[in-house]
Design a protein around this ligand. Sequence first.
Ligand SMILES: Nc1ncnc2c1ncn2[C@@H]1O[C@H](COP(=O)(O)OP(=O)(O)O)[C@@H](O)[C@H]1O
Ligand SMILES: [Mg+2]
Length: 234
Amino acid sequence: MLELKGVCTYYGNIQALWDVNLTINQGEIVTLVGANGAGKSTTLMSICGAAALRRGEILFEGQPIHTMRPDKIVRLGISQVPEGRLIFPDMTVQENLDLGAYLRRDTRNIARDQEMIFDMFPILAKRRTQAGGTLSGGEQQMLAISRALMAKPRLLLLDEPSLGLAPIIIRQIFDIIRQVNKEGMTVFLVEQNANQALRVANRGYVMETGRITLSGPSDELMANPEVRKAYLGV
Ligand SMILES: Nc1ncnc2c1ncn2[C@@H]1O[C@H](COP(=O)(O)OP(=O)(O)O)[C@@H](O)[C@H]1O
Ligand SMILES: [Mg+2]
């Protein structure tokens, strides 16, 4: 579904990604794990069209997207939940959700999809008319995910959804990731929290200083002594 081939991304003269190769098949949950500063967000920005590639290519369903504008990439069916849950704090929960759906053409299904989201996150239905900024951190993450889901993407990109959240909320967020995947959405999950991420994902990639250093099925990575030592703390 998505293929990164030899991707090199720079910030000015500083190279952040070095020859990154990565594949995501339809229906999978794939995770990219790595320490702070490894290049995980840069990988997502490269996919979304927010960071220009200097070399390499990115194909979505066989079509090159690395030269496309970000809004065109969204229209193709790729939505990102950015790091730090960037919701609009002065807009209500409802308005934040409406924004997620603004590029959709199948407008008659929007209300139904919103009901599905309120079933998944009942707290958002309760907070519908509240300003986004008044929600707790966990609720804001739920809203950020819901806003991305309102775009009805085929590929959902999540940048550290568990960052800074309490264990019980993290569990809830990861349950939702499983659920939307079961319903057919392909998920690319970027996480420092390798333990949780590898548990939910089918396959994983490990990134260090802008390079993919390991990849494989999640259970193989979880059994790998290097991964256990460096990322799982065992
Ligand atoms: N806007 C930017 N300008 C310059 N360097 C950046 C910028 N964003 C990230 N970097 C650098 O690129 C590298 C990768 O960062 P990032 O992709 O954010 O890592 P991660 O998401 O894995 O924590 C880091 O060395 C970081 O300092
Ligand atoms: Mg990051």
